[in-house]
Design a protein around this ligand. Sequence first.
Ligand code: PLP
Length: 523
Amino acid sequence: MMNTQGRPTRPDAAETATPVATFTGNRGLQIEEALIFEIGRPDVTGVDLPAAPKAASRLGKHARHAPLGLPGLTEPEAVRHYVRLSRQNYAIDLGLYPLGSCTMKHNPRLNEAMVRLAGFADIHPLQPLSTVKGAVELMQELSHWLLTMTGMAAVALSPKAGAHGELCGMMAIKAALAARGESRSIVLVPESAHGTNPATAAQLGYKVVPVPAREDGTVDPAAVKALLSPDVAAIMLTNPNTCGLFERDIVEIAEAVHAAGAFFYGDGANFNAIVGKVRPGDLGVDAMHINLHKTFSTPHGGGGPGSGPVVLSPALAPFAPLPFIRLQGGEPVLVETEEGLEGGETPFGRLTAFHGQMGMYVRALAYMLAHGADGLRQASEDAVLSANYVKARLSDLFNAPYGGRPCMHEVLFDDSSLEGTGVSTLDFAKAMIDEGYHPMTMYFPLVVHGAMLIEPTESESLASLDLFIATLRDLAMAAKAGDTERFRQAPRLAPRRRLDETRAARSPRLSWKDPVPAAEAAE
Ligand SMILES: Cc1ncc(COP(=O)(O)O)c(C=O)c1O
């Protein structure tokens, strides 16, 4: 392909053929990198610190007698190590990242500029409150936006991720039941739920009872009603659900759950599809986490731990964990300990040592203020439009199992269109890596065979979506044409070939052992 000046925009296939071997093991400017322990030497350091003053140890038998064994690197070596590793990674800043349910959307640079302001970046959780009034005000304003968008009564800002938020919301539910003198033992969880839902319920000692999905991929209120009993503490329901569908009977389900004296935990991981369109509080949700790193564009892990604030209904608001913010005469007051509590406030305890992720709060509020209410609604609409565009342009080659009605922010395909080709969902995903794309979410949700869950998000231009669609079409046609080698050998062009993923997940080796212990090496 030539540009308007007659210069090629893409290299020829022949030019890009991978050389078999190089002296260094590097592939052009893609540089191989050893483990930090392999390149580090104990006698090297990047910093020059004065010797620590001698002081009596208070550690007793816990005092360390052997060196820590940290790798020693000069500063340039340390910088190169991490930059080289980062170049082997894939990121939303590199290209489309279609991981369904994870919402890998653009992280606006405005957010980064705001979070680096010294008044936010350089504060410490233990400094006097009088010196961090602006930060408290920002937390209050973020809370206000979250409560306005969700139609709920209170918010716990401190949870560090969606799963942590689930734990927080379910602990509030447990506390509310205990306050009524009840200890119910069952939590209902639809089959299509994210694994963190049953894990959270089980972690709190509940028995998890699955709710089957009906033929259209949504939860049947009749199935919920059949499972409700005085022993059911809550239902955990995701809306839009993990099949990318809006649960249309959610109000009927909420009413039945409440009539049985149970609570409704809404998994808000997919809130990005409905911001500005519907308020979960109006649907009967009692507690819901919001993954700031999905809906409100804070980086996934990139800026430190994430943030999963939980909004609570009036029934659960009194049980919100410490610390929380109360408005007093229009002024935000940070309530940090039980001494600061007022009548009716009965927090279930605290989840984190301090107040949560200030960096994420600043980024999320910057995103909200930059977009405004209409912009946030537009972002949701565009995310849904992108997913439906992908769905429509692929529907002749892929099977959307619940394709009868428009999807929300993500489109779900199964592997029936690959039947008889010898290519599995996993093979297909690996071939996408060779084409320069991070794969979509695979084999989730479990209710669909060989699931491929694609969430393009609102960040992508039409040109970007079209190239992605063309790539998937090319791969699908190659699979149907019997070009199985392209799939079974994939990824051929990635820094690593196919790994034993089960072993990597089940028995990861997370610590490094010196193959020749230092003492032996010296002998
Ligand atoms: C539907 C759903 N629920 C819960 C979670 C857990 O959120 P987190 O990864 O922030 O812990 C996710 C994460 O992908 C999710 O997709």
